[in-house]
Design a protein around this ligand. Structure first.
Ligand SMILES: Cc1cc2nc3c(=O)[nH]c(=O)nc-3n(C[C@H](O)[C@H](O)[C@H](O)COP(=O)(O)OP(=O)(O)OC[C@H]3O[C@@H](n4cnc5c(N)ncnc54)[C@H](O)[C@@H]3O)c2cc1C
Length: 448
């Protein structure tokens, strides 16, 4: 792991009361800060550990703008029985957590019904279009262009049956305007030489991008927002609550701070702050694992996706990252790095020349809702409190789009898309059984 103090956090706020206090120092918080600063707001970020030390540290580095199918979609859910039988498979539930995750799984199952899938794809597709545009402007404004690779992705299929089962998902993406190319034979080998010969076909997505390293990207963004005046404060926030003059933020060490508005962007830990506000948001974590091999492990030309096995291989500036998997194991169980090893063993099979030595293992907590959509919206406790978490597998991809919507909600501007599907209200009593969530409340007139 790189030095967590490579971007020091301060212990005190300097100067005036901030317009917006953002809780969390991950990629969602940083992108939200960037968009708010561009709108002229004074921003303070509060992070308890270090910038991008959560899920944003070691993810698979993709801007996966075409990834609009929810996890509960049939193309993915059909793998579940097989996956669950394998304790080191792509999706697992550690026995001590099985009972706790049951209500989330019930909602996940409800999210797999055709009506919900259609709504989810439409909402995710709309968010991805905003995400792509806003990421382009974020990258340009923060000077991060050199960190973005634009060489697409290649999804691989081991059998005709697997390829055929993926086709409806590609049709759904085509309907959302996503460009792709199904490839075989020489074209497949050209896109990635050295593949295991058992792959019968692939799908090349030219618009898919990756960053050179997600931690470097987040740190560079943090430096950019700091240079624009954002304050980066160290502290563990224990509560966020409306107060007479704005929003009161309390810290575990007794300090407190008031902002005119607050954004809760604390990743998989956000629920600890939203439950006391009267919300019951079913935020869970899908724990993910990987191994980062040193440079020279294999020449991978673009991100490779092994959908049937739930993992990807990403070329990074500092090596090759092999990882993925979903472990529904909560925030407290110890990591099981046998999962990293199981994916590495498969990677050796699929890239026969891969050198598997010298890797660094990592586990991260994806913040996940059962319908695979994030929570982006106003708190029921106060329109001065905005939620921005739960981006699951797609937080890096959606960071700038989420930040744009956060900016609009804080600044009382009309967002470019309907934000109702992302409201926390979709989980209130009855709504997950079929009722539509109520419209978002209007922002408070004094909100900056
Ligand atoms: C294996 C894996 C691969 C992935 N691959 C991709 C990918 O290729 N593309 C993609 O788009 N996404 C990917 N993701 C998902 C992505 O990493 C996450 O969605 C994203 O990082 C979430 O960002 P965040 O800012 O919400 O949360 P985090 O990065 O977890 O940040 C939350 C921060 O809040 C802080 N915090 C929490 N509570 C408090 C508190 N009370 N007070 C102060 N600070 C607090 C934490 O310390 C943490 O730093 C992947 C995830 C994993 C695990």
């Amino acid at each position: 792991m790189q030095d967590i103090d490579s971007l020091p956090l301060s212990d005190t706020v300097i100067g005036e009361t901030p317009d917006v206090v953002i809780v969390g120092g991950g990629i969602i918080a940083l992108a939200s800060a960037q968009k708010l600063l561009a709108a002229g707001r004074r921003v303070t970020i509060i992070e308890r550990k270090g910038i991008a030390q959560g899920a944003s540290y070691g993810n698979a580095a993709a801007f996966a703008f075409s990834d609009i199918l929810p996890l509960a979609a049939s193309g993915k859910i059909r793998h579940l029985p097989k996956w669950l039988m394998d304790p080191l498979g792509p999706l697992s539930i550690p026995p001590p957590y099985a009972l706790k995750i049951a209500p989330w799984l019930l909602r996940f199952w409800r999210a797999s019904w055709p009506d919900r899938i259609q709504n989810s794809i439409a909402a995710q597709g709309a968010l991805m279009r905003v995400a792509e545009q806003e990421m382009a402007s974020l990258v340009a404004e923060a000077g991060l262009g050199a960190m973005v690779r634009r060489d697409g992705s290649l999804e691989l299929y081991e059998s005709e049956a697997e390829f055929a089962a993926a086709l409806p998902g590609w049709q759904a993406r085509a309907a959302q305007g996503i460009d792709f190319e199904h490839v075989r034979g020489g074209r497949l080998a050209e896109l990635q030489p050295g593949l295991w010969p058992g792959f019968v076909a692939g799908t090349f997505v030219p618009g898919w991008q990756t960053v050179s390293n997600p931690y470097d990207f987040a740190l560079a963004l943090a430096r950019a927002v700091q240079a624009r005046g954002a304050q980066l404060l160290r502290g563990e926030v224990t509560s966020v609550a409306p107060s007479a003059d704005g929003v009161a933020i309390r810290f575990a060490d007794g300090r407190s701070l008031t902002g005119a508005a607050a954004v809760i962007a604390a990743g998989a830990w956000s629920r600890r702050l939203t439950d006391p506000l009267g919300e019951r948001i079913p935020l869970e974590t899908e724990r993910g694992y990987n191994t980062t091999l040193p440079l020279g492990a294999f020449e991978v030309r673009r991100q490779l996706i092994f959908g049937g096995h739930g993992f990807v291989i990403t070329p990074l500036i500092n090596g090759l990252r092999v990882g993925g998997a979903v472990e529904l194991g909560g925030l407290d169980l110890p990591p099981n790095f046998n999962r990293s090893e199981a994916m590495l063993a498969k990677a050796r099979r699929f890239l026969p020349g891969l050198k598997p030595e010298g890797g660094e293992q990592w586990m991260g907590f994806r913040p996940s809702l059962p319908d695979s959509l994030p929570v982006i919206g106003l708190s029921r406790a106060s329109p001065r409190i905005v939620y921005a978490f739960g981006n699951g597998h797609l937080g890096l991809t959606q960071s700038a789009g989420t930040g744009r919507l956060v900016r609009d909600l804080v600044c009382r501007e009309t967002p470019p898309i309907d934000v109702t599907p992302f409201s926390a209200a979709r989980f209130r009593y009855g709504s997950y059984l079929g009722a539509r969530p109520p419209p978002q409340p209007r922002a408070h007139s004094n909100t900056p």
